[in-house]
Design a protein around this ligand. Structure first.
Ligand code: VGL
Ligand code: ZN
Length: 211
């Protein structure tokens, strides 16, 4: 007998700084908002979101080091791309983008909160030293299947999906409800192929008719 899956929708970093007008705007990032809103009306068993939530002077900010955006440094032994200052704790840029029903989100997990290490994955920091609590939360709710949407496909979505696969969740990426930064033009496509190779299922929001 096969058990009915227990499903979770995970909305990654759908924040002002990642949509057009924001400090680290993802091209067309706002286009996913109506899709995310529609997905939130479906009967996923669990609905959570993450927020990139950096202290000011975070180690991933170019400004912190007097360097330029896009430069790469070694931060605590890990390669770190330097970004414009974004998603500073409590700032307007760190708020959820408007236009989707955030009331349906039962819990928000914060990441990138430690000054000296970044966290692309919604599960662990980039050194895999600390967990955000998301895995524990999903396990407590007996979640088997996770569906990821949000920003950005080639960073936070990608690393979250790779971790979800490693952790043994049946992992779906809802491709049209994600957008990438594309520092290089092919980054999003390459990220999707990496996620697929890791065992994630690439689906479109239209495909999700029954859960
Ligand atoms: C992200 C770069 C820096 C993301 C967060 O949410 O994909 N990208 N911080
Ligand atoms: Zn960040």
């Amino acid at each position: 007998m096969t058990r009915k899956p227990v499903t979770a929708l995970i909305v990654v970093d759908l924040q002002n700084d990642f949509v057009p007008g924001g400090a680290l705007a993802v091209n067309e990032g706002h286009r996913i908002i109506p899709l995310v809103d529609e997905l939130l009306s479906l009967p996923f068993d669990v609905k959570v979101a993450t927020k990139d939530w950096h202290p000011k002077n975070h180690g991933s900010f170019a400004q912190t080091h007097g360097k330029r955006t896009g430069d790469v440094i070694i931060l605590q032994g890990i390669e770190q791309i330097l970004w414009p200052t974004h998603c500073v704790q409590g700032s307007l840029g760190a708020d959820f983008a408007s236009g989707w029903n955030t009331n349906k989100i039962e819990k928000v997990f914060h990441k990138g909160t430690e000054t000296h290490i970044d966290s692309y994955s919604t599960f662990f920091d980039n050194g895999h030293l600390h967990a955000t609590g998301l895995e524990e939360y999903l396990r407590k709710k007996s979640v088997t299947d996770v569906y990821l949407v949000g920003l950005a496909t080639d960073y936070c979505v990608k690393y979250s999906v790779l971790d979800a696969c490693k952790l043994g969740f049946n992992t779906y990426v809802i491709v049209d409800a994600c957008r990438g930064v594309n520092l290089k033009p092919q980054d999003t496509e390459q990220a999707l192929q990496e996620m697929k190779a890791a065992g994630a299922h690439l689906v479109m929001s239209n495909d999700i008719t029954e859960l």
